[in-house]
Design a protein around this ligand. Structure first.
Ligand SMILES: [Zn+2]
Length: 329
């Protein structure tokens, strides 16, 4: 992966390339924007390129001759980065914290102060392989207030050559004191064609990629979630009367049942809007969307998830034959 292979976000990527070329990389960044648009991918690429040995043409810093030569033929630094073992790069997330605590990733609900203290310790060490160090904190809004406070001093006066990138899809949950210390880059939703290209590259058939990219609001991670919903619907397509109960039962065994149910109801809505384009009975679809909103509202008000989901699915499966006929794809 290199910047030229990343879809969308051209303005931000050009900005980052200019920053790298200027040899003055700010010490703290905030990459914010909707979930699943590529913020973390770009943050990691930023770090990887900045640490790349083949880009270094003088003793103390890296430099690019031009913006088009960003792809490295495979230096030791890039290879270590790809393997996830680069000594001058730290990714702080639930995986990292679970490793520190000897717990399961699924048990992590927030990023705690001890985890951030480890990151601060890392930031205070001299780089061991390159001339710089990068720390990326993913889902930074999950840091507790204590954890955020413990990061303030490092954000303000980091060890020379250390850059910290906070990645967040809910930056409004970060303390104003954190926000004011970071150089902010906003990542907008991806275009439908960018999401479609990404899905096609991952091997999705064109029709499938088209549907998912149309309904996923410019978010690749949402497209992946909707793909799972589609698969569940398709698996049960031949048994529409029991499908609602089979799907509800399967989802109820997952870790966050309620969130799963919300995703399914959101999928139904987006899917119906998509189908409205070439379905002759638009009144029927409009009515179904209104019904679905009613179920979404029930979920918001904590009505029993199992009841709401199976009722919504029953309504959807019994009124439309999109899946029965295999007409989706
Ligand atoms: Zn390299």
């Amino acid at each position: 992966m290199a910047f030229e292979k990343i879809k969308g976000h051209l303005k931000n990527i050009n900005g980052i390339v200019n920053i790298i070329n200027s040899k003055e990389i700010p010490s703290s960044f905030l990459f914010c924007g909707k979930e699943g648009v590529g913020k973390l991918t770009i943050a990691k690429e930023f770090a990887k390129i900045s640490l790349c040995k083949s880009k270094i043409n003088n003793e103390d810093f890296l430099s690019f001759d031009s913006n088009d030569g960003l792809d490295c033929p495979g230096c030791e630094s890039c290879r270590m980065f790809e393997l996830g073992v680069h000594p001058d790069f730290l990714l702080v997330d639930f995986n990292y914290q679970a490793g520190l605590l000897g717990e399961k990733v699924s048990e992590q609900k927030s990023i705690g102060i001890d985890t951030v203290r480890e990151a601060v310790k890392f930031s205070n060490l001299k780089p061991s392989f390159c001339f710089r160090k990068f720390i990326v904190i993913n889902d930074a809004e999950k840091m507790t207030v204590e954890a955020q406070n413990s990061l303030l001093k490092t954000l303000e006066e980091p060890f020379e050559g250390t850059t910290i990138i906070l990645v967040s899809s809910s930056s409004n949950k970060l303390l104003p004191t954190i926000l004011s210390r970071c150089y902010k880059l906003v990542f907008n939703r991806l275009s439908q064609s960018a999401v479609m290209d990404i899905l096609a590259e991952k091997g999705y058939e064109i029709k499938r990629a088209e549907l998912l990219s149309e309904i996923s609001e410019g978010s690749v991670s949402l497209a992946f979630k909707y793909e799972k919903v589609l698969q569940m619907f398709e698996e049960n397509a031949q048994k529409p009367y029991i499908a609602p109960f089979l799907i509800t039962s399967k989802l109820s065994k997952t870790e966050d049942f309620r969130e799963g149910a919300v995703t399914v109801l959101n999928f139904i809505n987006s899917f119906l809007y998509f189908k409205m384009k070439n379905y002759n009975n638009t009144d029927k679809i409009t009515k179904a969307i209104k019904e679905n909103f009613k179920y979404m509202n029930y979920l918001k008000h904590n009505v029993n998830t199992r009841l709401v989901l199976s009722a919504a699915l029953y309504k959807f499966f019994s009124e439309f034959d999109f899946f029965k006929q295999g007409a989706v794809l």
